[in-house]
Write a protein that binds this ligand. Structure first.
Ligand code: MEV
Length: 437
């Protein structure tokens, strides 16, 4: 059992590595060599990365790639993706090519409202609280004026504050349920700062409100925080084409479309399938969200909450055939930013946004939703035809070869070999042994 360390955050990076190596790592020399190998040779760039967070030891690489040829609302995009899963970018590129020949993707933003709440406890007369709220609402809005000034110039700000009575769920529980427009920023800091100012102002006003008795004056602010559930910050992505254009692997277009719709119906009614189905969508979404320096945890939490908004976890995508026309679509909540946060700090996020032609947050919502829809199309298309392992293992071949420490010449020869053979770990091992003997 190791002893706790105090003052760890104050140690220099080298000292932290030394302590960790001595305490937890078997081959401490090799471990510290690896950690240092991933430092950026440019000290200023290394410092920038270290300052994103606390106790940084090194940098954690993910491949940063691009899926070109995405036709979205008549414009062509190359979509940057940060992802380690071997088949994701290839699948996105394939889906982009497929739908590019069939009119491309259509995407539309349905709303951009974000939500934050002040959660508080109040024991007393409900009518008095309502009257108090009506009086204090303009004071609350006035109190955040200095915080809102710049956001207002960009067309955003506080949209509304509502008093919500939640006492049916929890005794004495009320909320200020606040809505915001944050334009091109994700807005987390802006929203949280406004909420904390609302909370202080509310508390002070309650203390000084003559109509409240002493218990009512003592309202307790429990917490003030934005919500990552943003069902009114919504984007829709869609593709469609005549069913005859969907023929695949010897299947007629009609049969493919019918099987595709069936696969989606299964994801709609069966949560075990829905989670995996939606995971495939998140392969595309997270990759772009990460590449553009956005908060993928917020996006994940919000999207999965949305997928269970009716009380049962269900598919995010839907498909139908009507009048021989196949339609495949998705609506998802996405709180994204193209200014502020990491977007303007991480050199690769800046490049990612430049590749996307410096989109507004609304345009980025459309691009991200399309990446998710494309990924889901590619996954379901494989699942209902060849199965996913064929393509997946082809893309995974290089990982297996690296695991087996194949030389560049061996890799070249085996990549050629596996163009005509099924990839599995044992098949690659065997083929490598054959070459070596
Ligand atoms: C793998 O990362 C994603 C899939 O499982 C998605 C799906 O099953 O739809 C292929």
């Amino acid at each position: 059992m190791t002893n706790p360390i105090s003052g760890f955050s104050k140690l220099k990076k080298e000292e932290k590595i030394k302590w960790l190596s001595g305490t937890y790592l078997k081959d401490s020399e090799n471990a510290s060599h690896i950690l240092q190998q991933y430092w950026n040779p440019d000290p200023a760039l290394q410092q920038l990365h270290e300052e994103f967070t606390e106790n940084t030891l090194s940098n954690y690489y993910l491949p940063f790639g691009v899926a070109p040829n995405f036709l979205i609302n008549e414009s062509l995009y190359a979509i940057p993706m940060a992802i380690e899963e071997s088949s994701v970018i290839a699948a996105a590129s394939k889906a982009a090519k497929f739908w590019g020949k069939r009119g491309g993707f259509k995407a539309e933003v349905l709303g951009t409202k974000k939500i934050g709440q002040v959660h508080f406890m109040y024991t007393g007369d409900k009518v008095k609280l309502q009257e108090f709220f009506l009086q204090v609402k303009p004071v609350l809005l006035e109190a955040v004026e200095p915080l809102v000034k710049n956001m207002k110039k960009r067309g955003g700000g506080v949209l509304d504050i509502e008093l919500r009575d939640k006492t049916d769920l929890l005794p004495d529980y009320y909320q200020l349920h606040c809505t915001f427009e944050t334009k091109d920023s994700m807005g987390a800091n802006f929203i949280n700062s406004c909420l904390e100012r609302f909370a202080e102002t509310l508390k002070l006003a309650a203390t000084n409100y003559d109509d409240f008795n002493s218990a009512e004056k003592e309202m307790e602010i429990v917490m003030s925080i934005l919500s990552n559930f943003v069902p009114e910050c919504l984007v829709r992505a869609e593709v469609s084409c005549p069913v005859e254009e969907l023929s695949d692997h010897g299947m007629s277009g009609e049969a493919f479309a019918a099987k595709f719709v069936r696969a989606l119906k299964i994801a709609e009614v069966e949560p075990y399938r829905a989670v995996t189905h939606n995971k495939g969508i998140m392969n595309g979404i997270d990759a772009v969200v990460l590449a553009t320096g956005n908060d993928f945890r917020a996006v994940e939490a919000g999207i999965h909450a949305y997928a269970s908004r009716e009380g049962q976890y269900t598919s995010l995508t839907h498909a139908e055939v009507s009048n021989d026309q196949f339609r495949f679509w998705m609506e998802i909540p996405l709180a994204l930013g193209t200014v502020g946060g990491l977007t303007g700090l991480h050199p690769l996020s800046k490049i990612a946004l430049e590749i996307l032609q410096k989109p507004s947050a609304e345009n980025l919502m459309k691009i991200v939703a399309v990446a998710g829809l494309a990924q889901n199309f590619a996954a379901v298309k494989s699942l209902i035809t060849t199965g996913i392992q064929q393509g997946h293992m082809k893309m995974h071949l290089m990982n297996i070869l690296n695991q087996l420490e194949a030389s560049p010449e061996e890799k070249e020869s085996l990549v050629k070999h596996f163009k005509k053979h099924n990839v599995s770990h044992s098949a690659v091992e065997e083929a490598l042994q054959n070459i070596r003997s």
